[in-house]
Ligand binder design. Structure first.
Ligand SMILES: Cc1cc2nc3c(=O)[nH]c(=O)nc-3n(C[C@H](O)[C@H](O)[C@H](O)COP(=O)(O)OP(=O)(O)OC[C@H]3O[C@@H](n4cnc5c(N)ncnc54)[C@H](O)[C@@H]3O)c2cc1C
Length: 441
């Protein structure tokens, strides 16, 4: 039997990028894009012009289906209660194309798109601040190549437009980035035995198990985190920055729980759950790989205020807090007892008190991250296994070299300023004036 394998789920064949990169995982986006560009020159992205009749191939299967009277099983038959499905996003190719066309018709929006400037607090399913095409791309209802080529058409029409990593094209390249990385990395979905992943001693005792469950079940006492986790459970899709916030909170930010536990929950609840992207982004957010500025932590209080000072998002997903004054919406434990009584919501009874003190634990966690980073460096420089340590040290040096080169490239192209987004950090949360710059995807 002749087996024909075709690559079509990604823009290019991940193996071709890997080969160009010398078979090693590339963990720096700029370097990756350089490889990708070269691969695309040789094998330009294209879609299938016409789908040929395939009935001849499927005769055997067709016969079996007819003979056995097979049909597509209902949701109930595979153990789901259709009545419980709350996601506003319908499946299928028609829906995918309709949604894609709607967003692509907004030429100016496409040309100006900068991911860090999109809001995680918009909840109208038809007006989300990003495309919500991920579930369709994941299931193959929408071809990434088709979307990419039409996007380039819009750019041509628009003239001036934003650039990767923050542009919409840049988002599709992030998808490509993680796919290639997942193919090139042994034990990609685990910390142990994964050569690109920092080894961090995440908490694994009873306390951390309880933290994990509280996070998963949206009862951390931080309304922004709990609202996002409720949206995730109900709808199966949350904005990228909401994913950032809850992932940072679970891992290095607040709860010190292993990122692998977060991957499992996202895998279960996301309608766009996609192994390569899910794992890669969790490594990013936990500062285990790709992103190393562990001292930049999302505040569960200051961060959402930027996008939604009145807390409409929280009030939608946590109706128990619908009458909480905006002033206390992200820190309801600060509402005076008289206010709590007046609105009939006692913190600690009707809505949980905060599970940890963000200000305190985030600082402690930064110190733990620093220790872990130092230990990783030491392990890389260990003398007892010169062969292994030499390899690891070399990989680290290469990553650093790549990062430097990317920064230089970006500076040259004048992109650095554009890609740098002022993010409120702990300092600002405390009322300090200092704003730090961080680079968001
Ligand atoms: C912890 C964490 C876990 C994630 N898990 C998944 C996952 O399982 N499946 C998934 O599709 N995305 C995942 N993402 C990436 C990203 O959040 C989603 O792709 C994006 O929010 C989907 O919404 P959209 O289609 O509106 O994106 P848009 O901004 O409209 O982007 C268009 C497309 O680009 C791709 N894309 C965008 N951002 C990223 C990114 N950071 N990495 C890779 N591809 C990207 C997606 O295919 C997306 O549909 C995760 C992000 C984080 C922080």
């Amino acid at each position: 039997v002749e087996v024909v394998t075709c690559v079509g789920h990604t823009l290019v064949d991940p193996a071709a990028v890997m080969e160009r990169a010398g078979g090693k995982p590339v963990t720096v986006y700029g370097t990756f894009c350089n490889h990708l560009k070269e691969v695309m020159k040789k094998a330009p992205v294209k879609t299938v012009a016409e789908v040929k009749e395939m009935s001849g191939l499927c005769d055997g299967a067709k016969k079996e289906v007819e003979e056995r009277g097979c049909k597509v099983p209902t949701l109930a038959e595979i153990g789901y209660d259709a009545g419980q499905a709350k996601t506003p996003f319908k499946g299928g190719e028609k829906e995918a194309l309709k949604r894609m066309e709607k967003y692509l018709s907004r030429t100016k929006w496409i040309a100006d798109f900068e991911k860090p400037n999109t809001s995680p607090a918009v909840f109208d399913p038809e007006e989300r601040s990003t495309t919500v095409l991920s579930p369709y791309l994941k299931f193959g209802c929408l071809s990434a190549r088709h979307f990419y080529l039409l996007l380039l058409d819009v750019y041509r029409k628009a003239g001036k437009h934003t650039q990767p990593p923050v542009s919409l094209e840049g988002q599709l390249l992030w998808r490509e980035f993680y796919y290639v990385c997942s193919v090139a990395t042994p034990n990609y979905e685990r910390m142990e035995g994964n050569p690109i992943c920092r080894q961090i001693p995440w908490g694994s005792d009873q306390k951390h198990e309880e933290f994990f469950l509280a996070w998963k079940e949206a009862r951390t006492g931080y309304p922004w985190i709990d609202a996002a986790m409720t949206q995730l459970r109900d709808e199966g899709h949350i904005h990228h920055l909401a994913r950032h916030a809850v992932a940072c909170f679970l891992t290095r930010g607040d709860l010190w729980v292993h990122w692998e536990k977060g991957v499992e929950v996202f895998d279960e609840l996301l309608i766009d759950a996609d192994w390569a992207l899910n794992v890669g982004n969790w490594m990013w957010l936990s500062a285990s790989c790709f992103f190393y500025q562990f001292f930049r932590v999302y505040s569960p209080v200051a961060f959402p205020k930027k996008y939604d000072p009145e807390g409409k998002f929280v009030k939608k997903y946590l109706p128990v807090l619908k009458n909480m004054p905006a002033k206390f919406i992200y820190e309801p434990w600060k509402a005076p007892i008289s206010v709590q009584k007046q609105i009939g919501v006692m913190i600690g009874k009707d809505y949980p008190a905060p599970i940890v003190e963000h200000e305190k634990v985030s600082k402690e966690n930064m110190a733990k991250m620093k220790d872990a980073y130092d230990a990783n460096k030491e392990a890389a420089g260990a003398v007892d296994n010169p062969k292994a340590s030499g390899g690891k040290r070399k990989a680290e040096q290469e990553t650093e070299k790549e990062a430097k080169k990317t920064r230089k490239d970006e500076d040259k192209a004048g992109k650095a300023k554009k890609g740098n987004k002022v993010e409120k950090t702990k300092d600002e949360d405390k009322g300090g004036k200092k704003l730090k710059q961080t680079k968001l995807k």
